[in-house]
Design a protein around this ligand. Structure first.
Ligand code: ZN
Length: 510
């Protein structure tokens, strides 16, 4: 027994040290994207490569394998205890890491770094041909990676999805997505043909950046992002980085003529941050203290951004404050009109500019294409045309250029196949969690209207944040909502809200 105790302690120490090292890399990455001068790029990439290599060596340390073998068949370890969860989850990751040949790991790192540069240029010049050979190499290497990792009965794509949404298969994703796609295309065309125009110009008035900074920081603190243990900076591409206990970094960008950009950007990243700040600090670097998946992470950001922040009760409290923060800008504007402006729906070719309704269609298009690429059913050279056809099917229009089509996202050049579906899973999980929270807390809307968000946050903390990786992502959500995950709560939310805003109603579907 003493042996097992020592083995458990030694395993946790090794894992924690590896994550400590990785978290040093996170500080450097955050610095790179916020304050580093351009001249520092080459040196920084050497620093990051060194840390990445050291962290990888620690993750595949044979001693971890020995300790896991010693511990994993020990019937005395309660499976859902911190040690039990640590052993189960580290075994899963350790096995994945050691199955990847070192040559493949470094080849992928080299090729994706060059492919990203080729992508930047190809996008700028709107020339897919410049990116095609690089994408072919990335797809070939990712297939090789998937072949090394895939389990019997799985698609190659599943092996990559596992990195972002553990224990979810592409078939399960496709099953959840199907009804969503059917109804979202109906909703988009109903909005299109409603002839209703929302007063979107209200959010494009002049909103001085200095005042935006004050307002968004206040809103993030109000929903519960702790600035004693967190920080908000600026970067070209907003993100959230959990450095470690007591230190969570957010970034955003400001646009004087587009209030939504920083406002919802910060609520989104603060949602990620509240998850990071809600993790068990004493379990830093260990599965019981780590976020469970990208889909669940995204559910936290989308919940605060869309289901709370774009809702009417939220603005009952914040609209008077907003008016005070920008004196004269919204004189005579009614709260309902302002709320409508925030929720304006307009199909766009660009995913990151998409509204709450059309966003998921962008994701489903990418999921379908990358699954076909990995499955060998789509050649890289056919991607631009396949993109145009699918876009026409989903949105009833076709992008005129590849820059507005298959060249718009960085993900594929970076080798991130299997990442996209987690955005929509996040939206689905968020709607499920919000519906369940409403069922369990009776007066959430009146709390929001008073600017009180603590009860919802506490519910999320207990049901999601403090669970770490105790359960698989989908199981974690299903335990919180006490039923199976479906697309229905998200659809009910979207039809309800946009039905009211655009004067349309959900058709009875057989
Ligand atoms: Zn996010």
């Amino acid at each position: 027994m003493a042996d097992k105790l020592n083995a458990g302690a030694e395993l946790m120490e090794l894992l924690r040290a590896g994550e400590l090292l990785a978290s040093c890399g996170n500080v450097l990455s955050w610095d790179e994207q916020t304050v580093m001068p351009p001249g520092g790029a080459a040196h920084r990439s050497e620093q990051l490569a060194l840390l990445a290599g050291l962290a990888h060596d620690r993750r595949v340390d044979p001693r971890i394998g020995e300790l896991l073998s010693l511990l994993q068949n020990d019937a005395g370890i309660e499976p859902l205890s911190d040690l039990g969860v640590t052993v189960r989850e580290s075994r899963r990751l350790y096995d994945r890491h050691v199955r990847l040949p070192r040559r493949l790991v470094s080849e992928l790192s080299r090729v994706t770094s060059l492919a990203q540069q080729a992508w930047v240029e190809a996008r700028r010049e709107n020339r897919f041909e410049g990116f095609r050979p690089w994408l072919e190499q990335v797809v070939r290497l990712k297939r090789e990676e998937a072949e090394a990792l895939v389990r019997p009965g799985e698609e190659l794509y599943d092996a990559l999805l596992e990195d972002y949404e553990p224990r979810m298969t592409s078939r399960e994703v496709a099953e959840i997505f199907a009804p969503l796609r059917r109804e979202l295309t109906l909703l988009v065309s109903a909005i299109d043909s409603s002839g209703h125009k929302l007063p979107v110009d209200l959010v494009h008035r002049s909103y001085p950046v200095a005042s935006q900074r004050v307002f968004v920081k206040h809103a993030a603190a109000a929903i519960g992002f702790d600035f004693q243990r967190g920080y908000l900076a600026e970067s070209a591409h907003p993100f959230c980085s959990g450095i470690g206990p007591g230190d969570c970094r957010l970034t955003t960008r400001y646009d004087e003529r587009a209030l939504n950009t920083a406002l919802f950007g910060v609520l989104h990243e603060a949602g990620h941050g509240i998850y990071e700040q809600g993790l068990r600090e004493e379990c830093f670097g260990l599965p019981p203290g780590q976020a469970v998946s990208l889909g669940v992470h995204e559910s936290q950001s989308r919940l605060w951004e869309n289901l709370v922040g774009r809702g009417r009760p939220f603005w009952r409290h914040f609209f008077p404050l907003l008016k005070q923060t920008f004196p004269g800008t919204l004189d005579g504007v009614a709260e309902d009109d302002f709320h409508a402006a925030l929720n304006h729906v307009a199909p766009t070719f660009i995913r990151v500019e998409a509204d709450e309704v059309t966003y998921n269609l962008h994701i489903m298009l990418r999921f379908e294409l990358e699954r076909a690429l990995l499955g060998g059913n789509l050649a890289v050279s056919d991607v631009p045309e396949a993109w145009r056809q699918l876009f026409q099917n989903y949105f009833g229009r076709t992008p005129a250029t590849d820059r507005d089509g298959c060249l718009q996202d960085i993900h594929w050049s970076a080798g991130l196949f299997g990442y996209f579906p987690t955005y929509t899973l996040g939206n689905l999980y968020a709607a499920e969690l919000m519906a369940a929270a409403r069922g369990q807390i009776s007066d959430l809307d009146s709390q929001f209207a008073r600017g009180e968000f603590g009860e919802l946050r506490a519910w999320l903390r207990e049901s999601i944040h403090r669970q770490g990786r105790r359960y698989a992502p989908r199981e974690l959500i299903e335990r919180a909502i006490e039923r199976p995950v479906t697309a229905e709560p998200l659809l009910a939310h979207l039809w309800g809200k946009f039905g009211e805003l655009y004067g349309i109603s959900r058709p009875a579907v057989a």
